[in-house]
Design a protein around this ligand. Sequence first.
Ligand SMILES: O=C(O)CCC(=O)C(=O)O
Length: 336
Amino acid sequence: MYRNAQDLLHLLTHEIRDLDIGYTVEKIPASQLTSLTFFREYVSRNKPVIITGAINHWPALRAWTVDYIREILGSAKICVASTPHGRADSVINADGSQYFALPYEEQMPVQDFFAQLHNGTRGEKIYAQAQNNSLPEQFGALLPDVEEPNWATEAFGVPPEATNLWIGTDDSVTSFHKDHYENIYAVVKGRKLFTLLPPSDAYRLYFQTCQVARYHKDAEGTLVLQPEEPHHEVPWATVDPYPSSEEVEQASRAAHPEYWDPQLPPPLEVDLGPGEVLYLPSLWFHHVRQQASADDDACVIAVNYWYEMAFDCKAAYAKLAEQLATALYTLPQSNA
Ligand SMILES: O=C(O)CCC(=O)C(=O)O
């Protein structure tokens, strides 16, 4: 007998794992996948999968060094996001309040970007993370080095809406969020570490409605966070799955018990290396870290294809799960 909403949400979490997505993300070779099997086994079930060997033919895998990118892009300017801590688009405590903090954004020549990637002038952390079709729009000369995944385009029935290039270092982390897109995410250099929760588990992320703020540069060039005008707010996940210290972890365990509950299945972890592709279904919550190695020019490069999602019954269930989470688990704004 299930007595309350919390018990029912736990039941949903367990059933989704047992009936559908399981406890690990499968890894399959591209040679075993057709657009039909990809659609039937993964897209229609809203189930992530790692695909190996799908981009082995991309010249990018061998060609993309920092020197090559600098040379081929010449003086092209790209959009660069900066923060003092590497956590753009996340909940940040400042002046006793919690803000949803957007990064400082500037157009910068590619050479300057690479010169500052590891040594920001004032210690700032920079990340090329524009999600506006950045590969063709800003890095167009690199486009011939990759190839659209035709198997995915066939399965989704539409061409990608955006193709984005990501260049960063271990310093940049992407906080838990979801996207209204089907995502085909390919790592070219370094590793990307995804922590995933299905849409049913929205209640485990403790959304908080936060005022939106953005980093700006003051006269000395130091990044300062300023609330956006006019005042506006967004609900954002407050759970950091990799707390910076034991003390922070203890505080998170107390504030976010549903995330850390040992009776619930842990989030799915995906460690994606060069040449590997993740299918990240629409509306899945994802937190992303990255790991570079010295022989990779100490940077991490990835390309992702965003495809339009279907607003079908799965999207309706996901919306219900999120609305229940908002009703039951949204944290009050703390002024502490
Ligand atoms: O690579 C990242 O830092 C984030 C990727 C992401 O959030 C996405 O592809 O939707």
